[in-house]
Design a protein around this ligand. Sequence first.
Ligand code: ACO
Length: 331
Amino acid sequence: MIKPFKAGITGTGSVLPDKKLTNFQLESIVETSDEWIVKRTGIRERRIIDNGMPLSELAAEASKRAIADAGIAADDIELIVATTITPDYLTPSLACQVQKQIGAKKAAAFDMNAACTGFIYALQISKQFIENGTYKNILIVSAEALSRVTDFNDRKTCVLFGDGAGAVILSRVDDDTGIGPAIIGACGEDGAVLTVPCFFATQEDLSLRSEGKKQVIWMDGSEVFTFASRIMGESTKNVLEDAGLTINDIQYIIPHQANMRILQNAARRLDVPMEKIYTNLEYTGNISSASVPVCLDEAAKKGFLKKGDKLILVAFGGGLTYGAALLTWTK
Ligand code: ACO
């Protein structure tokens, strides 16, 4: 099918909270060590949002930066898609709160939850509105305060996660750049390996958590590890095949930042050097759906990306969910 319009990323922005939580600080909270965390995950520190700060503020700031970078006005935005598993409120949605804070009065706004794959889901869904001519400018903002659903008594999870926000402007582009083939998928039958209960939890789920802690992350780390190592390679290969490209045509893979060993496994499976895999988890930890747009913004601002570069964005997460997209850099 011929698509009448193309959707490209014309602006990016991100924010990490000021407060750092280092591995050494975690040593005084749970029985762990900097050495164990670095060796098993590659993470050295993560950023944590202040108790008194709403996530929407972080999300709005990342959004303002993306809007400025795209050189448009808040009024030009016609749709805001926010992705998060840790919204301040169920309603108003994070997207509506961002709309208010940035003054994007003409935009429709809704939240999406595909856990760590949220940004790729948002990209795949939003690009349809550009391609079919409905909208010209969409804001996607992915923001997470995982510290608010982290059990700091559970050393198996509390060393992994951090907070942050990343945003992009998706606009109609009239050259060969923009988003190419993308895939999104889910394996709901395996969802029990990574859970955060909300208003209800089974007795079994409750028994996996510390006494009195309901709304916190529980994860079977090795099951998630195996799924992630496999699905990242498979998703990337599928997108490349759909695009008629090989891995040699790709300048960078920008993956969800969960664990350096997962990224090394994926690199081996794809037969690419680690230099092609963008990483920042060393100082962000895993910030769920925010991790890909935060990396994208960093890579752009550090000058790693030039117009026409071909990138693969790829993620996996709770659900279980997965997704990947080919992106030809527009700016
Ligand atoms: N410090 C010290 N020891 C620890 C720690 C810690 N923080 N955590 C676990 N251990 C211990 C365990 O208790 C275990 O000890 P035991 O053998 O005496 O029981 C030992 O280390 C090994 O534990 P494993 O769980 O087998 O360690 P593994 O090498 O698998 O690493 C990890 C665990 C890091 C969680 C890994 O499985 C992983 O990264 N999995 C994927 C996680 C992930 O990507 N999650 C997010 C995906 S989706 C999303 O982003 C929300």
